[in-house]
Design a protein around this ligand. Structure first.
Ligand SMILES: Nc1ncnc2c1ncn2[C@@H]1O[C@H](COP(=O)(O)OP(=O)(O)OP(=O)(O)O)[C@@H](O)[C@H]1O
Ligand SMILES: [Mg+2]
Length: 348
């Protein structure tokens, strides 16, 4: 397993700056997830680490060596793309061993590596099949196997599960997590799926427009988002945002809402962010609200509320049923809120 260290990395494509002076340190053995909206530069960044895209500035260090100008083959990297791109006329075994055969790896070594990867990915019984005789999930496993046999110091994954249906996706997600625990390799994984990011990552890098917005463990990012963009990007339903003001008594006020803040914050305009699970429905709660929509989810319900003109979503567990138009009372857990600067979006 290798470290990856990006220093002031910039990438320009077609005259457009895609990545700007990006600094990132990936620890050996880490499962780092790059998360961000479509077009923010995740694939470009991954391709530059692999050596498929040239850096226009800065440096890329892999396993302690400066690899900025090295060929992809010298970088000690295995990569899995979103499209499996398997050779249709080759068997699973030949697909997996193709790169090693091209590199002139001895036969016995190829057999050992393919055997090991096939066993880890439960492909043993499928080695003599052609891709057309495999399910989507099995094909993606072969694509992962093809990267694994390289026994690289770093594995790069670019949305490897996004072509699969939801159930298969969740299954392979768990397999990848177990695989990482077994291999202990450094993995950099691109996704725009926040569930994948939360469940797989040792740390998440949230990106927007070619820049890093926050780096942290999934819980840090979820509980203490660095800015309003990160806060709104993670969480489903999304965090509720309420514009208002912090007064001189450290209370946040907006319309009929007044909330004593547990930590001192600067007085002035602010945006309060509260996650739906921190809006409680309770007959003794202080705020009056009307239910405008109910979304039953099976193991919980999402209530959409009109709270004196403020739209709020609340995540509710328990057997109680709600109807549109019903009057309820709700409370915001002041200890769990985030506050943001209305102009810059930065966490206050
Ligand atoms: N060869 C290229 N020439 C010019 N612009 C490019 C090129 N490749 C990508 N881009 C632009 O770079 C930006 C980042 O693209 P990239 O593919 O890295 O995004 P992404 O975060 O992986 O998005 P997605 O989630 O949709 O895969 C986009 O605005 C894209 O249009
Ligand atoms: Mg991409």
């Amino acid at each position: 397993m290798s470290n990856v260290h990006l220093r002031k990395l910039s990438i320009t494509l077609g005259g457009k700056a895609i990545i700007r002076e990006l600094d990132l340190q990936v620890e050996p053995g880490e499962f780092l997830v790059l998360l961000g909206p479509s077009g923010c530069g995740k694939s470009t960044l991954l391709h530059s680490i692999a050596g498929l895209v040239d850096a226009s500035g800065g440096s890329i260090e892999i396993g302690g060596r400066d690899m900025t100008l090295c060929d992809p083959s010298e970088r000690g990297i295995g990569m899995v793309f979103q499209s499996y791109a398997l050779y249709p006329t080759m068997t699973v075994k030949d697909n997996m061993s193709f790169g090693l055969r091209m590199a002139g790896t001895p036969k016995a070594e190829i057999a050992r590596r393919v055997g090991r990867a096939a066993e880890m990915l439960q492909l043993d019984a499928l080695l003599s099949r052609k891709p057309a005789q495999l399910s989507g999930g099995q094909r993606q496993r072969v694509a992962i196997g093809r990267a694994l046999v390289r026994e690289a110091g770093v594995f790069l994954f670019d949305e490897p599960l996004s072509n699969l249906d939801a159930k298969l996706r969740a299954e392979l997600r768990r397999e990848l997590k177990l695989l990482h625990a077994r291999l202990g390799s450094t993995m950099i994984y691109v996704t725009h799926d926040q569930v994948e990011a939360m469940t797989l990552a040792s740390r998440i890098v949230v990106m927007q427009a070619g820049q890093v917005q926050q780096v942290g463990t999934p819980l840090e990012i979820y509980e203490r988002p660095a800015n309003r963009f990160v806060a709104g990007f993670l969480g489903a339903p999304a965090m509720n945002f309420i514009e208002g003001e912090i007064d001189l008594h450290n209370r946040f006020a907006s319309r009929g809402l007044a909330l004593a803040l547990p930590q001192p914050k600067p007085a002035g305009t602010a945006v309060l962010g509260v996650r739906p699970e921190h809006v409680a429905i309770d007959a003794d709660a202080p705020l009056h609200a009307t239910v405008t929509l109910v979304e039953p989810m099976g193991n919980h319900q999402v209530l959409w509320l009109d709270c004196a003109g403020i739209a709020l979503s609340a995540l509710v567990h328990g057997p109680e049923r709600f109807a549109v138009g019903q009057q309820v009372r709700c409370a915001i857990d002041a200890a769990r809120v985030s506050l943001f600067d209305p102009a810059s979006g930065a966490r206050l």
